[in-house]
Design a protein. Sequence first.
Length: 234
Amino acid sequence: MEDTIIFGLVERSQFALNDPVYHPGEIPMYTRDGRQLSLLEYLLLETEHVHGKIRRYTNPDENAFFPEYLPPLILPPLVYPNVLWTPAASVNVNDRIMTMYKEHLLPGIAAPGDDGNYGSSAMYDVMILQALSRRIHYGKFVAESKFLQQTEEYSDLIRKRDADAIMELLTDRAVELKVIDRVKMKTSIFGRDLNTDEQMLRLDPDAVGDLYDTWVMPLTKDVEVEYLLRRLDE
């Protein structure tokens, strides 16, 4: 997931911001029931429609951005191990991921302006958003593991509905700093321009590290907290 996200960010950074991709009505796109979408939303919806047919969203690792539009399966469903606590498994923050991506991640990697590469921009946007969603919602599995390791501590905080204390208990800053260093290193490798002898990078590793630190990891922890607050539900 991490490699996919970083590679996608590097590739998306070669295009301008291309604002019309993100505003419904700029490029006329509609759902089958007449809802107006942006080009990004339309391409994401259609991608989920195709992938949904071959049971991508029956996998508990995956969370659709448009679950209400998922089609019937054309393959028989698979049976997955029941790892997540059922009342908490439905946590879905894709609306917040979309907002974070458009308002914070994208302006941090794409130059202002319009170069007309709307299709290519939206294609990489979809790839990044799906990888981000999987990475961030994996926080549900992380939260379940942490709960099983420290059941008494988490159960007490859950009963008190103390979200701040849960956040403090699950946060390991040393691990987060390792993630930031790893992300920066991968960005410096994936973003190297091999067409020149100079050590030129297509994307600033520090910028990607900051995006992970400020947005990606905090949203992952929000998922963990939301999951844990439902962990004792029946």
